[in-house]
Ligand binder design. Structure first.
Ligand SMILES: *Cc1c(COP(=O)(O)O)cnc(C)c1O
Length: 434
């Protein structure tokens, strides 16, 4: 085996990382040539390695960071919480952070979704929404509704249940025999009318067997930032109502202001029956996910019989530290009027993106709020994403393309100067890879 490549100065543990740590979403052998970046600290939109090199976190560390690394306000809230209560079980017990967080999120939905169920990872939130829908129909004497529908190119997480409603072959292919596959319906990203027509046909044929339709509102991120209009969601909501099928909005990536409104569903003027949140909700600090749902769903489980309850739990359900980080995050949204300042920031990002659009290797330039993406025609197709990632590091940028799609999903703290710099450096990387 060749010597793995990494930035090692000042950290004797770095060399051992590849032996002991099995990294996520990674073919480990690629690290024989791909650098492993050993981080020492983060500050604002920047990450710093042990050689003192810096990287602008252009993808919010896998879409989770909202207000920068080592944010003083979130840090202060966590330090305070640490001295009060680090964790306790949420069955039979409660604590102020989880109550406040649930109330504030309910208020943000105008109390349409007034009940919050907690977990730690996004995939768990998806599984909770699927199970709650399934169990709701059983509790309301429609136990034959056991199937699910998802969109072509959908991504809802990588646990076995979530893979059943995921349609990205790189994640599902090896595990085909392990899960029951949902109905896969055309995505509006490839044409809204055809997508709605296919959904109607499915619901006419199987609606009495289908528990829920699950979608990523406005942007299907993991398949390569496939964007579609809010009008699809408005019409999908009406279709789900017509056929008595639940609508699950997986806002794990697109929620928390990422697409312009706090919840992406707001842009369609609808509420789903289940709304999944994770990633940005804790500001990118701690694992936290949750499902918001309606009085109707909640009441179908509310009964003297234990087995009619939702008997689902995770050890760290409603962790106080994670909830406190989320509360501090929501406070920043209010104090700094983040949705308004992001409109201007998104405008600047759009201007930087327009400069890239002129490059002959760049196509399909697109943007929705704080998500910008474009496709690149690479000089060498094989290993493009890894080559781009490596060249970007040379330009002090953390960017991680999906296939040929390069995207920016930065924290909501970039200054105008940093946005200009991001545009110039990204162009330099495109020129080296195209
Ligand atoms: C990231 C993501 C998930 C899974 O969340 P994890 O915390 O990685 O389990 C599910 N759905 C969408 C839309 C996501 O972007």
């Amino acid at each position: 085996m060749n010597q793995p490549a990494h930035n090692t100065a000042g950290a004797d543990w770095v060399g051992r990382s590849l032996a002991a740590v099995w990294h996520p979403c990674t073919q480990m052998q690629h690290h024989e040539t791909l650098p492993l970046v050993a981080l020492s600290h983060g500050r604002g939109a920047w990450l710093f390695d042990h050689e003192g090199r810096r990287y602008l976190d252009g993808i919010s560390s896998w879409w989770v960071n909202l207000f920068g690394h080592a944010n003083p306000r979130i840090n202060a809230a966590l330090k305070d919480q640490l001295d009060r209560l680090e964790h306790a079980m949420l069955a039979g017990f409660t604590h102020e952070p989880v109550v406040q967080l649930s109330e504030r999120l309910a208020a943000r939905t105008g109390h349409a979704l007034g009940h919050a169920f907690y977990a730690s990872d996004g995939a768990s939130a998806v599984e909770i929404a699927l199970k709650m829908s399934f169990h709701f129909w059983r509790n309301t004497s429609r136990a034959q509704k056991q199937e699910f529908a998802c969109l072509s190119g959908s991504y809802h997480g990588e646990t076995v249940g979530a893979l059943g409603v995921t349609d990205v072959p790189v994640f599902t292919e090896a595990y085909g025999g392990m899960f029951r596959r949902a109905h896969v319906v055309a995505s509006p990203a490839a044409g809204e009318q055809a997508a709605l027509q296919q959904m109607r046909q499915l619901l006419e044929r199987r609606g009495d067997r289908i528990a829920a339709v699950i979608v990523e509102p406005l942007v299907q991120c993991a398949v390569g930032m496939a964007m579609y209009d809010a009008s699809y969601l408005t019409q999908l909501r009406a279709l789900c109502d017509e056929f008595s099928v639940h609508l699950i909005a997986d806002e794990i990536a697109v929620g928390c202001g990422r697409t312009g409104s706090f919840f992406a569903s707001e842009q369609a003027g609808i509420w789903p029956d289940f709304l999944c949140l994770s990633k940005g909700i804790s500001g990118g600090y701690l694992p936290l996910s949750l499902v918001l749902t309606t009085d109707t769903v909640y009441e179908a489980f509310y009964h003297p019989q234990t087995a009619r309850g939702f008997l689902h739990s995770h050890s760290y359900t409603g962790n106080p530290l994670a909830c406190r980080a989320a509360l501090a995050t929501l406070e920043i949204f209010d104090e700094d009027d983040v949705l308004a300042t992001n409109r201007e920031r998104a405008q600047r990002l759009g201007e930087a993106l327009a400069k890239l659009a002129a490059h002959p290797a760049v196509s399909r330039v697109r943007q929705r709020g704080m998500i910008c993406a474009f496709d690149v025609t690479p000089a060498v197709a094989d290993g493009f994403a890894r080559r781009f990632f490596t060249e970007a590091l040379q330009q002090e940028l953390l960017l991680r393309p999906i296939g040929r799609t390069v995207y920016w999903m930065p924290p909501y703290v970039l200054t105008d100067d940093e946005i200009g710099w991001l545009g110039e450096r990204t162009l330099a990387v495109v020129e080296r890879c195209a």
